[in-house]
Ligand binder design. Structure first.
Ligand SMILES: [Zn+2]
Length: 100
């Protein structure tokens, strides 16, 4: 992982939680959503992020059969909601100083 990637990892994690709050997300869909924002992530980068968010208890997953293919959907947990709200508050605080 490049230094830039490490730097942006936190933004990416927050962004994933944000989407997982609004809908059930799956890997490829999340890769597309992130690329809309200019983050080109490979599956080799994204999937470990999803797994660690799940292991930390911020996401939970459910396997669904979609046209014969097993797809893993992620949704936010109450813990994830909490950390997302905290992160949004901190972002607001920091960015209001930086962006002004
Ligand atoms: Zn988005």
């Amino acid at each position: 992982m490049t230094l830039n990637r490490k730097f942006f990892l936190g933004f990416i994690r927050i962004h994933i939680l944000y989407h997982a709050q609004n809908e059930n997300i799956y890997g490829v869909q999340m890769m597309d959503a992130l690329s809309d924002h200019g983050y080109k992530l490979s599956p080799g980068t994204l999937y470990p992020i999803l797994h660690s968010l799940e292991q930390e208890g911020f996401l939970k997953s459910q396997r669904k059969n979609v046209k014969g293919k097993i797809r893993k959907y992620y949704t936010i947990t109450p813990e994830g909601q909490k950390v997302l709200q905290e992160a949004i508050g901190k972002l607001r605080e920091l960015t209001s100083e930086i962006i002004e």
